[in-house]
Design a protein around this ligand. Structure first.
Ligand code: SAH
Length: 328
């Protein structure tokens, strides 16, 4: 449903719950009843960036850093495969130790399991994105975070908004299923700019969009900016479903972190994907992009069982396909 900017702004500012019902109906019509589960592997928390909101930022000296070995990563992949998941997401900080050679070798090994591989490792060159694609990577997640250029510049020292946009279009051009998204509730972020963000998802023709509420991390410059951004993120997500009816939209971990059953609420408001953490102890605790992340003390096996029963409790089914945008 194409909405004008003024209509998007009205929906963002309204308190009407009909939005969530409409998004749920559109999800059912275009994506069906199944929920796709992605196995998330947080394989490094080392990062060259210094994003103001993120606990992994370079200047956070309190965080103990780690990097998984190839063997450890493949072990997590095996767990995801054993659980029946058909996609793994390799997510990490911008850790240049993982160069093209190492990542391509890893991707090729994972592809032997006949599952989809999603990368979420930040900004790289066109040639690197091309190498990963040739090695077998299928999808890529890179949130624009905000399309407000001034806000973007304030929050991302030494980074370039134009380059982030360029990366997203490069990924599209290379044939990745391309995911983007934003953090909702950043200080200085206006409703007007969130409406622009949603229009941007449409313009890019994003294949996946992840929306998470901002959660203040104590060891960042945004510490203390405590407010509840759940409703704002849920509304943004639901409107995105109206605008891009057939894309994949995750019920994000950040939503679950600030609201009991936040993921189920999201699944009932337009979302059709859940990312389940396959990272094992002692690393899981150290991937602290924001504090009190949900399921931080659980094992992957616990999460696998827990999410299946939760999904079924709302009358949905766990999918057994790779869950690409255009498959059904
Ligand atoms: N380095 C990768 C992965 C970043 S972590 C990349 O650049 O894509 C994944 C996402 O966590 C980020 O894109 C950001 O949107 C989100 N995030 C980081 N800090 C956050 C915070 N304090 N609150 C909510 N979301 C946050």
């Amino acid at each position: 449903m194409p909405l004008k900017k003024s209509e998007i702004k009205n929906l963002l500012e309204s308190n009407d719950d009909k939005l969530f019902q409409s998004a749920d109906e559109i999800r059912e019509k275009y994506k069906g009843n199944c929920v796709h589960i992605r196995g998330l592997i947080e394989f490094t928390n080392i990062c060259r960036c210094n994003c103001f909101y993120c606990g992994l930022r370079r200047d956070n000296k309190e965080l103990e850093r780690y990097r998984l070995s190839e063997e450890e990563i493949l072990n997590c992949v095996q767990r995801a495969v054993n659980a029946g998941y058909k996609t793994v997401v390799l997510q990490g900080g911008e850790d240049m130790f993982f160069d093209s050679g190492k990542l391509c070798s890893l991707i090729k090994k994972i592809k032997k399991y006949d599952i989809a591989v999603t990368l979420s490792i930040g900004e790289r060159s066109y040639d690197e994105y091309k190498d990963f694609k040739t090695a077998g990577a299928d999808r890529y997640l890179l949130r624009i975070e905000t399309t407000d250029k001034n806000l973007y510049a304030k929050l991302h020292p030494n980074m370039s908004f134009d380059n982030r946009i360029k990366c997203l279009y490069n990924l599209k051009k290379l044939g990745y299923e391309t995911g983007t998204g934003i953090i909702a509730g950043l200080k200085g972020q206006s409703i007007d700019s969130i409406a622009e963000d949603i229009l941007f998802f449409k313009e890019l023709n994003a294949d996946m969009v992840g929306i998470g509420p901002f959660i203040a991390h104590p060891n960042t410059p945004l510490a203390g900016d405590i407010k509840d951004n759940f409703d704002l993120s849920l509304r943004t997500m639901a409107i995105t479903r109206l605008m891009l009816p057939d894309i994949n939209i995750p019920a994000t971990t950040a939503m679950e972190t600030i609201r009991l059953n936040g993921r189920l609420i999201a699944l009932n408001s337009g979302a059709n994907v859940v990312m389940i953490n396959m990272t094992t102890a002692p690393y899981r605790k150290k991937y602290e992009i924001y504090p009190n992340k949900s399921c931080i003390n659980d094992s992957p096996e616990h999460c696998v069982n827990c999410i299946k029963s939760k999904i079924e409790s709302i009358g949905r089914k766990v999918s057994n396909s790779k869950g690409s945008r255009y498959e059904n």
